[in-house]
Ligand binder design. Structure first.
Ligand code: AMP
Ligand code: MN
Ligand code: MN
Ligand code: MN
Length: 276
């Protein structure tokens, strides 16, 4: 168990629990410092902050920004942002603005693959009118019986090369870092072990992230195996990046790990919170 959990989601993006419920669950599980990092949106932070005061834990205002880098989608976690910052707010709005058209295209692609009505179906699972994601499609396809679980759904339909995947252009890496910095926050590469890049590609990504002024990297993540904890601890040291930790919790029954379910950061990694 870790006192820190700096990556999780609520109903303001593709999580299953409200911000209030996420914070209360984190507190019950022994988390003392929690960052709520909804995809491309900060609208859940006010509710989360109220709950955090109520239960006596520290709420770190955050978000998870969608970025296009080379042919990949990369996620950048923002920590300790001023959510009222106009530059960040406009940046997040610009990232979100393409999501609905993308979702309609996903619906059309799935229809071509023999699954009609998926956009309307996915929409029934959307919990914030500001944000529709692939997760909502996955939940619909599971409940409609097309796939056995969300993992299976991503593997068969929603990832690059599969019938329901559509290409989309998000923010650039320097834009994301600049917006986060404009809001006084730290920029952290989320779950680096998830990207399908070669070791050379990872060095190029982290090099460009550092050149853009990026601050940290998730060393501990539910997307990483224990050998990857060590691997990304080394990347953190080599690139002079701060280390972060986060469960990426999305809700009961849908996540590998629960809130706070990660070990301490490996020795030799400077934690992101050392600068707080
Ligand atoms: P989007 O931002 O619409 O592209 O959706 C990305 C979200 O889909 C991620 O934040 C995860 O919650 C979810 N996701 C991506 N890949 C998988 C996977 N292989 N299994 C389950 N969920 C996934
Ligand atoms: Mn998600
Ligand atoms: Mn992510
Ligand atoms: Mn996430």
């Amino acid at each position: 168990m870790s006192r820190y959990d700096l990556h999780c989601h609520s109903t303001h993006s593709d999580g299953l629990l409200t911000p209030d419920a996420v914070v209360r669950r984190a507190a019950l599980r022994g988390v003392e410092v929690l960052a709520l990092t909804d995809h491309d949106d900060t609208s859940g932070l006010v509710e989360a902050q109220h709950a955090a005061i109520d239960v006596g834990i520290e709420l770190v205002p955050g978000a998870e920004l969608s970025v296009s880098w080379e042919s990949h989608t990369i996620h950048v976690v923002a920590l300790r942002i001023d959510a009222a910052n106009a530059t960040l707010d406009a940046g997040l709005a610009s990232i979100r603005s393409g999501r609905d058209a993308r979702a309609r295209r996903i619906g059309e692609a799935l229809a071509d693959a023999g699954i009609p009505g998926a956009y309307e179906g996915a929409f029934k699972y959307v919990t914030s009118e500001r944000l529709i994601s692939r997760t909502h499609f996955a939940r619909h396809l599971v409940d409609a019986g097309y796939v056995k679980d969300t993992r299976d759904c991503f593997k068969r339909y929603l990832t690059p090369g599969k019938p329901g995947y559509v290409k989309h252009v998000w923010a650039t890496l320097p834009q994301a870092v600049d917006w986060i910095h404009a809001a006084g926050g730290q920029a952290v590469v989320a779950h680096p072990g998830r990207y399908r890049v070669s070791p050379t590609g990872m060095r190029r990504l982290l090099g460009e992230f550092c050149d853009a002024g990026g601050d940290g990297i998730e060393v501990l993540s539910s997307s990483h195996t224990p050998p990857q904890f060590a691997e990304y601890a080394t990347y953190a040291r080599v690139f002079g990046l701060l280390g972060s930790t986060g469960s990426d919790y999305h809700g009961p029954g849908e996540s590998w790990l629960d809130l706070g379910d990660l070990p301490e950061l490996p020795v030799g990694v400077t934690p992101v919170w050392s600068r707080w």
